[in-house]
Design a protein around this ligand. Sequence first.
Ligand SMILES: NC(=O)c1ccc[n+]([C@@H]2O[C@H](COP(=O)([O-])OP(=O)(O)OC[C@H]3O[C@@H](n4cnc5c(N)ncnc54)[C@H](OP(=O)(O)O)[C@@H]3O)[C@@H](O)[C@H]2O)c1
Length: 223
Amino acid sequence: MMRPFIFVNIASSADGKISDESRKQLKISCEEDFHRVDRLRAFSDAIMVGIGTVLSDDPSLTIKNPTLRFERFEKGKPPNPVRVVVDSKLRTPSDAKVLDGSADTIIAVSEKASRDRIEIFSKKAQILVAGEEKVDLKKLCNHLYGMGLRRVMVEGGGTLISSLLRGGLVDEINIYYGDMIVGGKNSPTPVDGKSFSPPIKLELVSVQRLGDGIFARWRVKYI
Ligand SMILES: NC(=O)c1ccc[n+]([C@@H]2O[C@H](COP(=O)([O-])OP(=O)(O)OC[C@H]3O[C@@H](n4cnc5c(N)ncnc54)[C@H](OP(=O)(O)O)[C@@H]3O)[C@@H](O)[C@H]2O)c1
């Protein structure tokens, strides 16, 4: 199956949490990390999130620095990468920022999504039906490849990342560890869902101090 290069980028507390028990957006990144993430977005063809992240954080998933957007434009690319929401039942709110028109958006749904909602949302986004219950992530990734998208950045959350890893669909994981402890056994983590047995092994590509935290890049080894 042909698919793009897929990498995860996530901000975690030092104790491995990506939000607290409220599941609301938590500022973990520092200024330096914010700029790093913006540059990573600028080098991506698509940015993918799960519906849980859209409902909790309402992210716009766009490039904030106008110079980076202009550089893309000069290379003949759209100013912002394509936004991809993984959303079986099409629960994306109609006023979600991912539908604000500032970039193309694909909502990947399953056959559980209502035909009426698909028709309504088709005016604001491309709707891809893939999978019976949950979104078939392999089909989705293959579809993105077919659209010419070669670098996909996954910005959460832990449920989506877990499924992508289980499907062998993640090549690299970038984690920024911020200078805080969040705690809470029900707080989301970079990889939720069921545990992997045996664990998925990683190879450390690089590690550096960034602002007040640590930035680590890992390559995923599926063997
Ligand atoms: N710190 C960070 O960098 C960061 C980044 C992003 C998010 N977050 C946090 O992460 C939390 C949200 O994460 P989350 O785990 O609840 O949600 P999520 O991973 O964003 O979305 C998961 C949802 O996607 C849908 N889905 C459809 N097909 C799927 C498939 N094949 N595999 C997996 N999911 C599929 C499911 O809902 P349906 O069945 O309804 O489709 C599932 O519940 C929030 O607290 C947010 O603040 C933190």
